[in-house]
Design a protein. Sequence first.
Length: 213
Amino acid sequence: MQQSFKDRIDAGNQLAKKLMQYKDDPHAIVIGLPRGGLPVAQQVADQLNLPLDIVVPRKMGAPMNEELAVGAITQDGDVVWNEKIMRSLHLNPEDLADTIAKEKNEAQRRLKLYRQDRAPLDLKNKTVLLVDDGIATGATMRAAIHFAKTQGAARVVVATPVATVDTLEIMQDEVDEIISVLIPKTFLGISAFYQTFGQTSDDEVIAIMGTNR
């Protein structure tokens, strides 16, 4: 029987235990990826006594298959492509111009909705702990990594309850550290490692952000 998490709260608690070296670090910030990553990130931030903020990267799907991630866009509009998939589908960035525009607008809409009137935290010279509820293709996480670097982060740490071996290998040269509670040999999707894995609502994200001012 494979190891699993009760829910995102349990996953966040287990993840926090692997990040205790950052507890009370005045130079560290926890950044959650909405929506599902926020409940996990909240547990990490609470247990490590660190500030919490969000980034809102958006996955970009292939023209004929929206579930196949050809890349992701940061909230500032920078695109991180999956070059291998782009080549295999004979696509170039111009083919995705409409998708880029749509997802950039959606990222900005969500950022405004989730943050309300709260100003973003300054990432310059900080250790940034990027937290999601799981990493499959890694498209949105790679966009989040790119964003943290453009904001001047001194160190970028990817932290997640579960991730694929292949994706972690791709990302390991892009960050300073990767922490994953589970790295299964067989990966059937993030939800397979949670007993309860319902959708996180916009209201839940707003509430978490409101309690972590």
